[in-house]
Design a protein around this ligand. Structure first.
Ligand code: UDP
Length: 474
């Protein structure tokens, strides 16, 4: 058997008073017919990274909703994980091809994992490319298979995409974070868009009294009585930490006592992270107002929570981004964000709610200075950002999206065409929308569509046929 991951129990009722009540009611109602439905989530690791963070919350909640959900991980040796890392990078556009040895390692380990998956489920979610070959090797059995791709595969290395594409034949549906992340010539006809979400009850996001947050920062040597801007991100060139330092220096010319915190998680086996870290240290060492922290020096979830809460501005100056969960994490804490216009950041900061999108170092510095000098604007952006996250980027919304997909798949029905169904999700970004009147709407061919933002409505208006086409799948 594949190794099972243990998870604690969670209660969906605990989200009452935190997430919108209509969303929780819709979620409970949508799950009512799914009592006893067997769901498996398969991925490559029980800890580290966004996928395991999400599964640790969603799998126990699916059980609380009455489904029988399990989480299992695949196994592999170093050669396998070297190969899957190369595949991951190639699907994100790295031109390096796979070696024959990597190809063999990927397929051989997949064969062993496929043999270990002997149980049958109603729906199996396969996360990212690592476990992708399993159904093509063992056969689909009685299960419906979903490929949940978390990365941006819009411009994949064609050689590696050819390999992965050929392994997707048994899948019934695919889920991407955003429409533009899907690769060209995609073979699975049913594609769902489901942006990620944050867990408001996790230690990283739960309410933290200001006094305690101050004590936490004080404990690690960051004076909370001087203005502070923070970027929380892996030490990765695409997150542009050196650009953040440049922007900070420009801002400091106007706000002399400004401090910068760069908080990055580090994995012992990620040489690129260390290299970027060393470059940052060289630049930051000379400046006592720049603080650099890693998870290896004791900065974990609670500290990240305190940084995101107490910073005047949170920066996420990514040049390329997946979804960028940190943006919602900061917005949830009422902190305005200055974010690079990349990947999922424009969806989170849609209509300028919660922050400012920037395109370069100068823009980043100018946005920071403006916000640092305007407490009223910071507060109004922060309040609006928190409200947007509450409505669209908390875990119950993600669960509602997933449960609706599971329901469609187990009932083997074409996408239902009721007015209610059309109104229940934004056709542009895919998010489930709470049943309330305030969402922006648009009419198209006598149907009403509802949207998470004016930005999505505008995109729909420009090309409705493109977004309606997805509902034609059966
Ligand atoms: N994170 C963290 N400590 C760090 C750096 C990042 O806990 O030092 C967390 C961060 O809070 C977020 C996740 O790692 O929950 C990063 O997700 P995101 O989608 O922003 O970026 P990714 O790393 O997946 O590209």
């Amino acid at each position: 058997m594949l190794e099972k991951v243990d998870f604690g129990s969670r209660r969906i009722d605990a989200y009452r008073g935190v997430a919108p009540a209509e969303l929780l009611d819709q979620l409970t109602a949508a799950s009512a017919d799914l009592r006893g439905v067997r769901v498996l989530h398969v991925n490559a690791t029980p800890y580290g990274g966004g996928v395991s963070e999400l599964l640790r919350s969603t799998v126990p909640l699916l059980n609380d909703l009455g489904l029988v959900a399990e989480w299992k991980i695949i196994r592999g040796d170093d050669t396998f994980f070297d190969a899957t890392k190369a595949i991951h990078n190639a699907l994100q556009g790295d031109p390096a091809a796979l070696t024959q040895e990597q190809r063999t390692a990927y397929l051989d380990a997949s064969e062993q994992n496929a043999r270990l998956l002997t149980e049958e489920y109603d729906v199996v979610f396969v996360h990212d490319p690592q476990p992708v070959p399993i159904p093509s090797i063992r056969g689909r059995g009685e299960s419906r298979w979903v490929w949940r791709c978390h990365i941006d595969t819009s411009q994949p290395n064609s050689d590696v995409w050819g390999l992965v594409r050929g392994l997707l034949g048994e899948y019934d549906a695919a889920v991407f974070t955003m429409e533009q992340f899907a690769p060209p010539d995609f073979p699975i006809s049913r594609v769902e868009l489901i942006p990620p979400a944050i867990d408001p009850l996790s230690p990283k996001n739960l309410e933290l009294p200001e006094g305690m947050a101050r004590q936490i920062l004080d404990w690690i040597g960051v004076p909370a009585d001087q203005p502070l801007v923070t970027q929380v991100a892996r030490f990765d060139p695409w997150k542009d930490p050196l650009g953040v330092i440049e922007a900070y220096r420009l801002a400091r010319e106007q706000v002399p006592d400004l401090q910068l915190a760069l908080v990055g998680s580090m994995a012992l086996d990620d040489p690129e992270g260390w290299e970027v870290y060393r470059r940052i240290e060289t630049v930051a060492d000379a400046d006592p107002q720049i603080h650099v922290f890693t998870n290896l020096t004791g900065v974990g979830n609670i500290e990240v929570n305190a940084f995101q809460r107490l910073s005047e501005v949170v920066i996420q100056k990514s040049i390329r981004e997946g979804f960028g969960l940190v943006v919602s994490e900061a917005m949830w804490k009422g902190t305005p964000v200055v974010a690079g216009r990349a990947g999922g950041t424009p969806l989170q900061v849609a209509d300028g709610v919660g922050g400012v999108l920037v395109d370069d170092v100068e823009g980043c510095a100018a946005a920071m200075i403006k916000l640092l000098n305007d407490e009223g604007r910071r507060r109004s952006l922060g309040d609006a950002g928190r409200a947007r996250v509450r409505e669209h980027f908390l875990l119950p919304r993600l669960l509602l999206n997933e449960v609706m997909l599971i329901r469609d798949l187990v009932e083997a029905r074409p996408i239902s065409r009721s007015q209610e169904w059309f109104e229940s999700r934004d056709p542009v970004c895919g998010m489930a929308i709470a049943a309330r009147a305030a969402a922006p709407t648009a009419q198209h061919r006598e149907r009403t569509y509802r949207f998470c933002s004016e930005t999505c409505r505008e995109r729909f208006r420009r090309d409705p046929a493109r977004y309606v086409a997805q509902f034609e799948v059966s």
